[in-house]
Design a protein around this ligand. Structure first.
Ligand code: SF4
Length: 227
């Protein structure tokens, strides 16, 4: 199920993305949630920047982007009940949970989301937006489109995403962000690739040129040297 990349070498953090995803799906088939990591931090990107958040990173992804900085192999498994208990343990009074990956929509998280909402949590999901929208209720949906990596945006997100976030390396990425916002009209962030200092100036210039269309998102957790 992992999309191949045409013309570019895979330099991502997961040694074998297809195998990692197969393993994650096998865990899910056995009724458990395949998790990479759970941690308590501040949301560093996009509209929710600065809010305390428990992050749950699920294993597996339907894409294999050449620049992917996430190792999405399974590191732990949980029942939904055990995961809620762990979130409460590490998050204390925190009310926001961010479901991320990998790609969280490859798993059925409906039971987990019901339990979390019943416990008073607000739920953000970060997705590449390529798969049919999940049936479970969410409070904030962040889409980071990956068209150049073979991921076509599912149309549902054009009307329902809370925000779009485009990682920018060059003019082509900016053009994609501008095309995107002109099509869907949703709140749209350009976020410089943290490995490319030139991308910062590119993004600042773009936001100044198109102030009604674009906002800047920085990976503030990296500046703060927190996770
Ligand atoms: S969609 Fe995200 S997690 Fe999946 S391979 Fe691409 S960058 Fe990595």
């Amino acid at each position: 199920m992992v999309a191949t990349i045409s013309g570019k070498s895979y330099l991502g953090a997961t040694p074998d993305p297809a195998e990692a995803t197969r393993e994650a799906m096998a865990v899910a088939k056995n009724g458990l949630l395949p998790v990479v990591e759970i941690f308590y931090s501040l949301q560093g990107e996009g509209q929710r920047t600065g809010q305390a958040t428990v992050f749950v990173r699920f294993a597996g992804c339907n894409l294999a982007c050449e620049f992917c900085d996430t190792d999405f192999r399974v590191k732990d498994t949980f029942t939904a009940e055990a995961l809620v208990a762990e979130i409460a343990r590490i998050g204390g009074a925190c009310r926001w949970v961010c479901l991320t990956g990998g790609e969280p929509t490859i798993h059925d998280l409906s039971g987990l989301c019901e339990l979390l909402h019943a416990s008073g949590y607000l739920l953000q999901m970060e997705t590449n937006g390529t798969r049919p929208h999940p049936e479970w209720k969410l409070d904030h949906i962040t889409v980071s489109p990956k068209q150049p990596q073979g991921g076509r945006l599912h149309p549902w997100y054009e009307a329902n995403a809370s925000e779009f976030k485009y990682v920018v390396d060059d003019d082509d990425d900016l053009a994609r962000a501008l095309n995107g916002v002109r099509e869907h009209g949703r709140m749209t962030f350009v976020q410089p690739n943290s490995l490319n200092p030139a991308a910062v100036a590119l993004c600042v210039d773009a936001v100044q040129t198109y102030p009604a269309l674009l906002r800047l998102s920085l990976q503030t957790h990296k500046f703060l040297q927190i996770r």
